[in-house]
Design a protein around this ligand. Structure first.
Ligand SMILES: [Zn+2]
Length: 484
């Protein structure tokens, strides 16, 4: 099923709220422009700019109305930028997801054709209730198709849900303790978020199970890798048999998530893919929050663009263990941060090094000869300790709770760095760098910087690991499937 969603930055939400929820309690109306973010199964319209009415362009008289001139002005602006038009009005007395009154439907449908003809994109209609809850629909061929959700994205993620399309289901018995932590209404909102975990190794595997136990209804897991004996000292729950059969990590993650889940209806979707591939990226764009549990620069860079361009917060984390050349542990550094509008991106905080990204894209980072000549450590063979992984997943999950439950109303913190030797936690002082290319692309959607791999992911893998491995993988998978 294909769904619609609308997202906006928290800043645009504030501007719109200030205009639409008037001190005198009357309804008001205004226009905005949007870009498109195309996922595999969801199309999101992202608000790119709020275009408030100029003098004489709208009238407030109980039911607010706008002039054709205002619509033409904003449609012309949208066309120049390749954007669409959003018409927004308020129901100050309303609470929750608002339906359309007859007058609402008449007003929007009377402009829908004109806007479609001028911009080549459907008109999006939105209603803001008095409690700051949004609803949205997309006008195609004279009909309004309802969106499933409207997301407000910044240091906090606040989602308005269309209960008819995404029903609220909570298990008030099993999840009683969770609900008593943040309240039933918020619990019903949080558990409906579609959460993707990219990389289900030592950290991602733990994150998935805790999200499932929290009661999240729909979780996606993405990883192209398979379990090996070498992984078993960190992947809690992966068995000897999983390693012997070299099961895809997503299969093991899905199995463990189902076991941990407390939701009445639970869906876990496996993406045996990389977020750097065109298909992996399209799948990622269907989600509301993404955990980045990868240890490589390229997928991190892709997720960094998605956080800003597509308004999908990315919760990143990792650990680096520092070893003396003579052997023995010098220390370990754990980091966690959320890439989201209003906060500096992963490149600005030094968590993604674009030079490394270029090296990985060219294949050099996986070329033993290059690594030897450059005197570097291999990316894949770095030391890691299961006893420390729980702290990494823990700090990423804390960021998640700050993002969606915003204790004390604060939202996510600045990037955090923990040094194990001294047990010292720092709030890193990073600011957005001047000319940051990622944060200048907020809400551009499909116009984001394209970091995807050309051609198919399978083709790349063949070059990387050899045809032989693929044949072995195929047979192992066939054996694993027959044994289930
Ligand atoms: Zn940046």
């Amino acid at each position: 099923m294909h769904t619609h969603s609308v997202a906006m930055t928290a800043t645009d939400h504030q501007d719109l709220t200030r205009h639409l929820l008037r001190p005198d309690g009357q309804e008001d109306i205004c226009l905005a422009t949007y870009s498109v973010s195309t996922g595999a199964h969801r199309t999101s319209r992202l608000i790119t700019s709020v275009e408030l009415p100029r003098a004489g362009e709208r009238e407030v008289h109980g039911n607010a109305s706008i002039t054709g001139g205002y619509v033409l002005r904003v449609a012309a602006q949208a066309t120049r930028r390749g954007s669409g038009v959003v018409m927004l009005h308020s129901h100050p007395g309303g609470r929750g997801w608002q339906r359309m009154s007859t007058q609402d439907a008449d007003a929007e449908s009377s402009y829908a054709d004109l806007v479609q003809q001028l911009t080549g994109m459907p008109l999006v209609g939105m209603t803001l209730a008095g409690n700051e809850s949004w609803s949205a629909r997309v006008w195609t061929e004279g009909r309004a198709e309802w969106a499933a959700s409207v997301r407000r994205v910044g240091r906090t993620l606040v989602t308005s849900w269309n209960d008819e399309l995404i029903p609220s289901i909570a298990d008030t018995t099993t999840q009683a303790r969770t609900i008593s932590a943040w309240g039933e209404a918020l619990h019903r909102d949080i558990t409906r978020l579609r959460v993707l975990v990219v990389g289900v190794g030592s950290v991602g595997l733990d994150v998935v199970q805790r999200l499932a136990a929290t009661g999240i209804l729909e979780i996606g897991v993405m990883d192209f890798d398979r379990i090996e004996t070498l992984n078993r000292d960190r992947m809690i729950g992966a068995t000897r048999r999983d390693a012997r059969l070299r099961r895809p990590k997503v299969d093991v993650a899905a199995r463990l998530a189902r076991q941990a889940s407390t939701a009445k209806t639970f869906t876990v979707t496996r993406h045996h893919d990389s977020v750097c591939s065109p298909t992996g990226l399209a799948d990622a764009l269907d989600y509301d929050v993404i955990f980045s549990c990868v240890d490589r620069p390229w997928p991190r860079a892709v997720l960094n663009t998605v956080a800003y361009a597509d308004l999908i917060p990315v919760i990143d984390g990792g650990i680096a263990i520092d070893v003396f050349e003579s052997g023995g542990m010098r220390g370990a550094t754990r980091r966690a941060q959320t890439a989201t509008p209003e906060m500096p991106c992963l490149a600005c905080t030094g968590q993604v090094d674009m030079t490394e990204v270029a090296l990985e894209m060219s294949g050099d980072l996986d070329d033993p000869e290059y690594i030897r000549r450059a005197g570097r450590d291999s990316v894949s063979g770095r030391p890691n300790v299961a006893a420390l992984c729980a702290a990494v997943s823990g700090s990423q999950l804390e960021q998640f709770v700050s993002l969606v439950a915003h204790p004390a109303g604060l939202g996510v913190p600045s990037a955090l760095r923990f040094s194990l030797a001294l047990h010292h936690l720092e709030h890193l002082p990073h600011q957005t760098q001047p000319y940051c290319p990622t944060e200048s692309q907020i809400a551009v959607g499909d116009a984001r910087t394209d970091l995807r791999r050309d051609g198919s992911w399978q083709h790349f893998r063949r070059g990387l690991r050899g045809r032989f491995n693929e044949v072995v993988d195929y047979w192992l998978e066939a054996i694993a499937n027959s044994g289930r």
